[in-house]
Design a protein around this ligand. Sequence first.
Ligand code: SF4
Length: 691
Amino acid sequence: MAGGYTGKILRIDLTNKSVSTLDSEKYQEYGGGHGMGSAVFWDLCEDKTVSGFDPKNVVTIMASPFSGTLVPAASGRTEVQGIGVQGYPIEYFTRSNFGGRFCGHMKWAGWDGFTVEGAADEPVWIDIRNGEVEFKSAEGLWGLDAVEAQEEIWRIVQNGEEKEWRELGKERTTQRPAVLTIGKAGETLSRTAALIHDAGNGAGQGGFGGVFGAKNLKAISVLGTGSVEIADPKALMDARLWSMEYAVAGHLDEDYTPLGMGSMFGGAPASGAAGYGPADQPKSPIGCLGCHKNCRARFASAASNGSSCVDYFFYHVYDQAAHGSYTQHILDATEALQRYGINSYQAEGAIIWLNNLHKEGILGPGLEIDTALDFNQLGTAEFAKQFLDMMANGYDVGEALHEGVAYAAEKWGRYEQDTASGILPLQCHGYVQHYDARTEVEWGYGSLVGDRDINEHDFNTLVFWAPSISALFGAQPACSADQLAEIMGEKLSPYNDPMMMDYSDEGIYSESMAKLVAWHRHYTRYYKQSLALCDWAWGDFFNEYGPEGRGMTGEGEPKFYKAVTGIDQSFEEGMEVGRKIWNLDRAIWILQGRDRELEVFTDYNYEVGAVPGYTTYEVPYVVPMYKDGQWVYESAVGRMLDRDKVEEWKTKFYTLEGWDPATGWPTRATLEELGLSHVADDLEAAGKLGS
Ligand code: SF4
């Protein structure tokens, strides 16, 4: 098998407490990570229409060929896929992702991935040490929070000994096992439950913590002492050193100048988290295995260590409003979120919604929606802990919110009215708005035609943050709108259409916007989710350190892939693999019931104008537009989407993808062109093949 792979996937059968192996070579064409996980899911999950809580649901937890290697911002990202429990109204097949050390230990232990199948009859955890796999009772772990459970497993694997070196068969290691666990929310089968690893790493979206809970699986622990075989180690080292020229990390001997919100790859250490703690509390950068960027922070108080920005989003604005600045309260609230193992996006959406209902006099002690929550305490860690305890344990408002905000809104009979007014900011498919579909449309459209909030920042910094923050401070973005269109026209192969950057009122419904969304779906499916290039660093389009502002994307991805695997694959060939994975996923959603009618935004996107701000931040929404023959950055605040034009855009997008415009279902010709004739056969048998 090519370099970067171990050749084996571990199958974990919880029902029979048995294991077996799967040859990963059969799935190598999908890269690894999500693509490999989707293809394995397709083969192993016989009924793809079951609930995510059903024992027949198959979860795949996958490394990539880059895991545990020197590839920057790629070595430590693990992909999770299966039928999630968060999607609304259908529990879609979905994916999530987390950082840390877990996938490195998978590879060093000899595994390209794990499957989790069936359900145990009592709580268990899985103890993996290289090739040895044991099912162990979780009696002593059930009830522990996500941090306590990991500490207890470390203690067990180390035989309770505190020493620097540990023996593992004939091998020795200084490493603690990498543990993926659930907290209370997962044990109670909450749709908001996350999988937690080490400090601050969580796979939140999808509700996979609840899926683990339904399988009676408290944790998977893996400890590996092997290594990853690299096809050309010198080429990999050269590529790593070359890439550091594009990053702050490669310029530490120069006067330190933080980059101007252009390149994600080049960004400053701790750039995703350090700003959320008290200004006077000492902190240091921390990151995933092998990452040059170390985007997260470790605070002196140790609370919420390793969290990313989104973990703080659920509560930071309330801490600031209550105390005038960030305090220990936001760190303690975030720590509690992780210990319960709750998806931060769901917690964020729930608090925004509850607070809006409270302001309208609908929710509060003795009101229509009765609660013990005292909103005078909003912003304190105590309020956050009380609220999170309700969500995790399912009482008070948590009785409904335990099911996630979409199902809670349905239960309270408020879904239609609150998503029409926008006081419940669900964008589509039950996911809380992350970036605004009315302004940053590629984010909204990508989520609409997919399974979840995309959470893919490829264009986000360049088309929203840089121009918007610059406008806020009366400055010019490091990359002009002209330059942005020129660079994207060069880099977004195979479309190479600069008009893809046109976010004007006309541009957002154009054929070019369909190309941008298609490019993004294909790029991320392969390069980011299957080769596991981290979303917080790749793609690299505009880069202040690059020649004439050009980043590495297009050149960097194939360079690293060849060095690790030995396979000479062009960037465009990789994009085709992404298109294949995207169509495979699409076929699963179609089997689950997806069609054109279900791909609609909630009403506020069509009926309420976009306001300045990004969820809880007050920033203008400035984006690139082509107007009167010129590229400019302009505000899109006030814009609402036009239903008819969105429908016309969908027709353009479906046609571009080779799907039936009437239904959104892939056609046989498209699937066969991608080598997915077996998928076409299954869709045809289900009466769901596009024509
Ligand atoms: S950029 Fe941040 S999240 Fe991504 S791999 Fe590096 S440390 Fe992890």
